[in-house]
Design a protein around this ligand. Structure first.
Ligand code: ADP
Length: 348
């Protein structure tokens, strides 16, 4: 049995489906990220695990125990919210040890833990300040410290970095991940940011409209998306999804004058997926018109017209000097992804 299990969990608000058919197993010490667009049910799932909401059906098991009716305070779970939810009138120190005080942990033990945790998150010199006297990143650290000082085996985080600027977010990602591994916490983390999910998670759970679309290691979601939703959601720019024409048992890209046959063996209309970085420049390739060029330093992302369709291709910037209005592209067949045109489900 896994450490945390959600078995066929569903949650409805009246007629509104928030979560449905939700099956997930989490091992102890795992870093699991719930990823998906706004409104897909990520926060609801987190709140169900925390016990802040009750499931409509299904069961939540933690460490072998069905917790469906267990009070949140008895679930041994810490939570970090997007808003940080700090007490403005309390100092950093008082905010961090608040939970310990509530549980009547004695003063000496509180102080020892405080010193230890404050050092881990880099707050040792700021303990007497009020939250209003801190930067966004420092407030985030207080919320983190307050969560880990309780030494609960499970921590839930709901978009904890979304109020920070890009540079700080990057730094905090690494810090949270190293804290999690160091303290061996089982962490369930919610975000709509695929970069964040891919860089932090042991396991990504991609959701859409209340259901799991795909779950697995970040590399698997990137290299083998199970359907067009997963293919489009992950990657920046996302995977190109090229609608192929189907006739005489052949799938092809209609190109003026000379159709380009892609997937001879298929017996139905297919979508071809190619990651922007999997294109190569070759005289033998298909002629594409360059619409736009996005210079990103080391890389350049070209927006191109392939037949009638818009695609993106990523190359090292040093190619810029060699290109003009048109470019000839090929791609490695082994890096082609195929999806059924009707269902969007992976077909290779
Ligand atoms: P996410 O965290 O992925 O943005 P949520 O879990 O917050 O999504 O919401 C999932 C769905 O449930 C949405 O359609 C949302 O409007 C609805 N929802 C969330 N909380 C409530 C609530 N308290 N009452 C009614 N509907 C809700």
């Amino acid at each position: 049995m896994s450490f945390i299990e959600l078995n066929d969990v569903a949650k409805y608000w009246g007629d509104v489906k928030a979560v449905e058919k939700f099956n997930l197993k989490i091992e102890e010490g795992d870093f699991v990220v719930l990823l998906g667009p706004s409104g897909c049910g990520k926060s609801t799932t987190l709140r169900l695990i925390a016990g802040l909401e009750k499931v409509s059906s299904g069961e939540i098991i933690i460490d072998g125990q069905n917790v469906n009716d267990l009070d949140p305070s008895l679930r041994n779970i810490s939570m970090v919210f997007q808003s940080y939810a700090l007490f403005p009138h309390l100092s950093v120190k008082e905010n961090i040890i608040f939970g310990l005080k509530v549980r009547k942990v004695d003063k000496e033990e509180r102080e020892t833990k405080l010193v230890n945790v404050a050092e881990k998150v880099g707050l040792s010199k700021l303990l007497n300040r009020k939250p209003s006297e801190l930067s966004g990143g420092q407030r985030q650290r207080v919320a983190l410290a307050r969560a880990i000082i309780n030494e609960n085996p499970i921590c839930l985080m709901d978009e904890p970095l979304s109020n920070l600027d890009a540079k700080l977010r990057h730094q905090m990602r690494a810090e949270i991940r190293s804290l999690q591994k160091d303290l061996k916490i089982t962490l369930i983390y919610v975000t709509h940011d695929q970069t964040e999910a891919m860089s932090m998670a042991d396991k990504v759970v991609l959701m859409n409209e209340g259901e799991i679309v795909q779950q697995g290691k970040p590399k698997i979601l990137y290299e083998e998306p199970e359907n067009t939703f997963a293919a489009k959601f992950i990657g920046n720019p996302p995977m190109n999804l090229i609608n192929l024409e189907f006739a005489n048992n052949e799938n092809f890209i209609p190109i003026e004058g000379d159709n380009f046959v892609v997937n001879k063996k298929s017996d139905k209309k297919t979508i071809l997926g190619i990651r922007p970085e999997d294109f190569e420049i070759s005289k033998k390739g298909i002629k594409c018109k360059i619409n736009d060029l996005d210079y990103q330093g080391a890389d350049v992302v070209l927006s191109l017209k392939l037949g009638q369709q818009e695609i993106y291709a990523r190359f090292e910037s040093k190619i810029i000097d060699k290109i003009s209005e048109d470019i000839f592209l090929t791609w490695d067949k082994n890096k082609s992804h195929y999806f059924d045109f009707e269902s969007g489900i992976r077909d290779n």
